[in-house]
Design a protein around this ligand. Structure first.
Ligand code: SF4
Ligand code: SF4
Ligand code: FES
Length: 255
């Protein structure tokens, strides 16, 4: 039994246990509270999530899930940590989708359409069905960034695909068998490396790291016990919500 299930079993607050609904996880029926996300319902049902679970906040894309609802042949998709359970939903997770992922040396890539097509020739098979856009849980116009990549507008493809969480749902639904998210990240890498101006402040920070400036502080943390780490965490100075843009902590030796 998972810790979450144990906690729910022991709680005195019956309000969270009275509204149970049936769902089917990989074909097996469970009664779960109707207010839970799919991810929490899995844990309520006793699953311990080792794969298919990361940030729990809609950022990492690890928890792609497909489900059907009664009376509909449609396959629905969503992130398990963001989608609330529905009565009689049949679900299973697809924590990894095996899409084509090219290997390349970023330094040597030219920022043009031929480069993308060389590594992802299936790009030319896109038939403009827009299924990818309709299935994206991040509401990204996926077909638009695929079209931009195809016509060589790599910067545009990078911009449109920026909030992709690499969940793989678009690829799972694409009739042309594209791995859209891998094409998107290639466009973002090429844009960062070859199109956008160099971000000098990032390189200044890398130089500071390489100079060993933070070694002492990091070693202190590595060698701290749990109690000390807790105390440092609780006592840390945080940026005020209404802080000025130029705000820095009182101790700025680690900046
Ligand atoms: S689902 Fe595939 S074929 Fe359809 S628009 Fe998207 S990339 Fe093109
Ligand atoms: S573009 Fe594809 S991989 Fe990226 S978030 Fe949308 S569905 Fe997931
Ligand atoms: S667990 Fe990270 S997006 Fe769901």
């Amino acid at each position: 039994m998972s810790a979450v299930t144990q906690q729910l079993m022991e709680t005195d607050d019956l309000s969270i246990r009275t509204d149970l609904i049936p769902i089917f996880i990989m074909g097996k029926k469970y009664d779960v509270p109707s207010t839970l996300t799919i991810q929490k319902a899995l844990e309520y049902a006793g699953y311990q999530l080792i794969r298919g679970c990361g940030c729990r906040g809609g950022i990492c894309g690890a928890c792609a899930t497909v489900y059907r609802l009664p009376g509909s042949a449609k396959i629905n998709v969503g992130l398990a940590c963001q989608t609330v359970v529905l009565p009689n939903m049949y679900l299973t997770m697809i924590p990894f989708f095996p899409a084509n992922r090219a290997v390349y040396d970023l330094d040597e890539l030219e920022p043009d359409a031929q480069t993308i097509l060389k590594y992802y020739p299936e790009l030319a098979k896109c038939m403009g069905c827009n299924t990818c856009t309709k299935s994206c849980p991040m509401e990204i116009p996926v077909m638009e960034y695929i079209s931009a990549a195809l016509r060589g507008d790599i910067e545009k493809a990078a911009e449109i695909s920026m909030s992709c969480v690499m969940c793989g749902i678009c690829a799972a639904r694409c009739p042309a068998e594209l791995g859209q998210y891998n094409i998107g990240i290639m466009c973002r890498r090429i844009t960062g490396k070859h199109i956008k101006p160099r971000a000098d402040h990032v390189w200044e920070m890398i130089d500071r790291i390489n100079s060993g400036r933070y070694e002492t502080g990091l070693n202190e943390l590595i060698n701290s016990d749990v109690q000390k780490l807790r105390r440092l965490y609780v006592e840390r100075q945080t940026e005020p919500h209404t802080g000025h843009e130029e705000w820095t902590p009182d101790n700025n030796s680690n900046l």
